[in-house]
Design a binder for this molecule. Structure first.
Ligand code: ATP
Length: 355
């Protein structure tokens, strides 16, 4: 296994800069998840690490060695795609052993590597089957088995579960996590799925506009998003944002809406009295309580089974609230709510977090 160093890496397609300078150090054995909106360059970054895409500028090092001009096959990295890319004419054992055969690995070694990987992945009963006789989840396991037998320096995953149905995704997600525990392999994983990112990652890398917006443990990004982009991107339903001004006097601070509504706030440093700002609060942090100081009208109620999402109108600002309390289903027209100061996020006019 190995660390991966990405230094000032840029990528242009023609004149279009997709990645504008990425710096990232991935520790040996770490599980990194790349997230960001469609087209932000996640797959491009992964493909550059694998050697499937050229680096326009900057440097990539694997285990300390510069790999910029090294062919994919010489990088000792395994990539797992959503499209599995299994050989249809070979059975499971053949698919899993193919890369070792190419390297002229001794037969006994191949057999034991395939046996170990099959046991880890629950593939023993299927070793003689062709891919077309397997379910999507089983094929995905074979694709992972093929990566594991090589004992590569690192695993790269490009949305490996996106072709599976929701239940299977959930199961495979847990299996990938357990697998990572047992092999402790350096892994970089691209996904659109919030829960995959939160549950699998040691650290999440949030990308947008060709740059890294924030790198940190999942709960760090969730609880202390560095800017409006990360705050809005991580979490589902997303964080609520309210536009207004920061107002402070002595030990007291408020967030003022255009209509004069003043929401009490913990005083912040690094922001001027009267500055334009954005207030953020997550849907599950809005308190629905009859003693709440604010009234909001109900636009829509969405029961999800697990909980309930309320769409509210608070003085012209649209808010989503998530609650487990089914009593809100009986609410007529409006609710009372609290916006607890300890859960309020504040962002300055540039969109950066203010603490
Ligand atoms: P998604 O989440 O939709 O998979 P992504 O973040 O992985 O997106 P990339 O696939 O890395 O994004 O693509 C980043 C940008 O680069 C996109 O605008 C894409 O159209 C562009 N792009 C990717 N490959 C090429 C190419 N070979 N030639 C020109 N443009 C490309």
């Amino acid at each position: 296994m190995a660390s991966i160093d990405i230094q000032a890496v840029r990528k242009n397609f023609g004149n279009f800069p997709v990645l504008r300078g990425i710096d990232l150090t991935i520790q040996d054995g770490e599980f990194i998840v790349l997230v960001g909106p469609s087209g932000c360059g996640k797959s491009t970054l992964l493909r550059m690490i694998a050697g499937l895409e050229e680096v326009s500028d900057g440097e990539i090092r694997i285990a300390g060695k510069r790999v910029n001009s090294l062919a994919p096959k010489d990088r000792d990295i395994a990539m797992v795609f959503q499209s599995y890319a299994l050989y249809p004419h070979m059975n499971v054992a053949g698919n899993m052993s193919y890369s070792l055969k190419l390297r002229k690995t001794p037969k006994e070694k191949i057999a034991s590597a395939v046996r170990d990987a099959a046991a880890k992945l629950g593939l023993d009963p299927f070793l003689e089957r062709r891919p077309k006789a397997l379910s999507g989840g089983q094929r995905q396991r074979v694709a992972m088995g093929r990566a594991i037998v090589r004992q590569p320096k690192a695993f790269l995953f490009d949305e490996p579960l996106s072709n599976l149905d929701a239940r299977l995704r959930e199961q495979m997600r847990a299996e990938i996590k357990q697998l990572h525990r047992s092999v402790s392999a350096t892994s970089i994983y691209v996904t659109h799925d919030q829960i995959e990112a939160m549950t699998l990652a040691d650290r999440i890398v949030a990308m947008h506009g060709g740059v890294v917006q924030q790198v940190g443990a999942p709960l760090e990004l969730y609880d202390r998003p560095a800017n409006l982009f990360v705050a809005g991107f991580i979490g589902s339903p997303g964080m609520n944002f309210i536009a207004g001004h920061y107002s402070a006097a002595g030990d007291h601070a408020e967030f003022r809406l255009a209509d004069g509504t003043a929401i009490p706030l913990r005083p912040r440093g690094g922001i001027e009295n009267g500055a334009a700002a954005t207030l953020g609060i997550r849907p599950e942090h809005v308190g629905l309580t009859t003693e709440g100081p604010w009234e909001a009208s109900i636009d829509l109620i969405e029961p999800t089974g697990f909980g309930i999402i309320l769409h509210l109108d608070f003085r012209g600002q649209k808010l989503k609230v998530f609650t487990l309390d089914r009593d809100v289903l009986n609410a007529r027209g409006s609710v009372r709510m609290a916006l607890p100061a300890s859960y309020l996020h504040l962002f300055n006019a540039e969109g950066s977090r203010v603490d």
